[in-house]
Every structure is written in structure tokens, then in C-alpha cells.
Write a protein that binds this ligand. Structure first.
Ligand code: LAC
Length: 225
């Protein structure tokens, strides 16, 4: 297809790093509530980032993630100690990497494409996650929303790739397994690729569905050959 694509920008959380890999520690600390806590924690993290963007009250994603964890524990009636909070936040720095990440990025690199991460994550969180995943050699640029102090899906976040990768927007493919993120990037003018990790997962209804839908990162190289 798409010989115009010269770079890919990847979402981080949910796309490269499995945010639900914290479930095991949630369950160890709060038996019987691990899954509910992990799911509500992630949902609140995203909701708070969107709400803070609308409120014009940016706080970095590390702080937002702490606030989301505290609220999620309160909502589930769990007594979260400082030590437990610190352990759970520590787990966020060493999230599991999806198995298709390294082979997928390698196959794109082999085609000569530039690869970036474009994430709501704070710079420290992203450095830790990239290092833990062992993919620093494959990623040319790690872009955090922290440089403009608002979160995705604000269009100015996605448009950062133009100045930072020094390429026109239509030369950059944006890859995310978060459907809302795909719609946000599509609305901002990028060519979008949705990693639909569960076949039953429906697209969001936000008006800018993915140009391409795949199930793993490893399938991307085939699309741009
Ligand atoms: C990110 C979150 C939103 O990495 O998944 O930007």
C-alpha cells in the first residue's frame, strides 16, 4: 500500500506495554479484587488525563496514575497503604511487554522506517518502560506529552510528530491498540493503524476509525512493503 509512510509513532500503554500485567500484584495485595482494581485503575487513569486536559490542569502521567490508583482503591473499599501504593506504582515501571513488540519493531526497522513512541506517559515512566522492555535500540525517539502539558487525544499532541520527526503528518503512521487514541490521531491528520488485540473489541464511535486494522505489530511491515 502505503509507500508514503516513512515513520511510525507508537502509543505506549496498552500497545507496547501491558497495563494489565499489574493484575497479579493487585491480586496478591488484595485477594479477590485484583482484576477489578487493575481495570478501574486504568479506566480512572485515562479519565483523569482527559478531565485534566479539559480543566487545563495538567499534572504529569505519573501523578495522574497515583491519583487514579488512590481513587480506584477507595471506590472498591480497599485500604491502600503507602507501601502498597509504592509497590503498585513500581510495577508500572516494569510492565510486561507484548510478545509481538520486539519482532514487530525489528521488521519495521529492517524496512528503514523511523520509529517513535508518542505517549501520555511522563518521560521517566517511558524511559523505565523502554529500558525494561529492552527495545531502546529500536526506538529512535521517545516523545512525551509532557513537553506540551496536555494529554492525548488533544490534536496538538499528535501534531508533535511533524516537528520532532521533521516529516509531514501524512508520512507518519500512528499505531495504537487504544481505539480512542486511533480516532484522536486520525482526527489530527495522521494515517492510523489500530492493533485490535481482541477480535471482539469494537471500534469507538468518534468519527475517525483506523485506516488499517491489524491484530499484532508484526503485521504492520507487510502493509507498507
Ligand atoms: C499512552 C496511554 C494513553 O501511552 O496509553 O499514551
Amino acid at each position: 500500500m502505503n509507500s508514503t509512510i516513512r515513520a511510525f509513532a507508537f502509543d505506549a500503554y496498552g500497545t507496547l506495554f501491558d497495563v494489565y500485567s499489574v493484575t497479579a500484584l493487585c491480586e496478591e495485595l488484595f485477594p479477590g479484587h485484583g482484576n477489578a482494581l487493575a481495570v478501574l485503575w486504568r479506566a480512572k487513569q485515562l479519565q483523569y488525563s482527559v478531565l485534566r486536559s479539559l480543566m487545563n490542569r495538567y499534572k504529569d502521567f505519573w501523578e495522574v496514575t497515583i491519583d487514579a490508583l488512590i481513587h480506584a482503591a477507595h471506590q472498591l473499599g480497599l485500604d491502600l497503604s503507602t507501601t502498597q501504593r509504592q509497590r503498585l506504582m513500581g510495577a508500572y515501571l516494569t510492565l510486561a511487554t507484548f510478545p509481538d513488540v520486539r519482532p514487530g519493531l525489528e521488521s519495521l526497522k529492517a524496512l528503514g522506517l523511523r520509529l517513535a513512541i508518542l505517549s501520555n506517559g511522563s518521560p521517566n515512566m517511558l524511559v523505565a518502560a523502554v529500558s525494561h522492555a529492552g527495545i531502546a535500540d529500536l526506538v529512535d525517539l521517545v516523545l512525551s506529552v509532557d513537553e506540551i502539558k496536555t494529554f492525548k487525544p488533544s490534536p496538538e499532541v499528535y501534531r508533535l510528530v511533524e516537528s520532532r520527526l521533521k516529516m509531514p503528518l501524512n508520512a507518519v503512521g500512528f499505531v495504537s491498540s487504544n481505539s480512542w487514541d486511533v480516532h484522536g490521531a486520525g482526527s489530527a491528520g495522521l494515517t492510523t493503524f489500530w492493533i485490535q488485540r481482541r477480535a471482539s473489541e469494537p471500534s469507538e464511535e468518534l468519527g475517525y476509525p483506523a485506516a488499517f486494522v491489524v491484530h499484532t505489530i508484526s503485521e504492520l511491515a507487510r502493509l507498507i512493503r
